[in-house]
Design a protein around this ligand. Structure first.
Ligand SMILES: [Ca+2]
Length: 73
């Protein structure tokens, strides 16, 4: 399956459980767990370090798409 921007956006809104247009640490962790990606907290922390480029503590949509395209390339 080819993952597209559309799919990434859909997943973003699914992961953004409190609908504040940013994925927090706990949201990312639950999201990965729900999708059987066997996340450990170190991995989630690494993803944040890598993709939360502006250091806001949230993954915004653009950062999310970058992350997804790396995870699913
Ligand atoms: Ca959120």
């Amino acid at each position: 399956m080819k993952y597209s921007q559309d799919v990434f956006e859909k997943l973003f809104y699914e992961a953004d459980m409190d609908k504040n247009h940013g994925i927090e640490y706990t949201e990312l962790h639950s999201f990965l767990k729900k999708h059987d990606m066997n996340p450990d907290l170190a991995l989630v922390r690494d993803l944040f370090q890598k993709f939360d480029k502006d250091g806001s503590g949230k993954i915004e949509l653009k950062e999310w798409c970058d992350m997804m395209s790396q995870l699913f390339k």
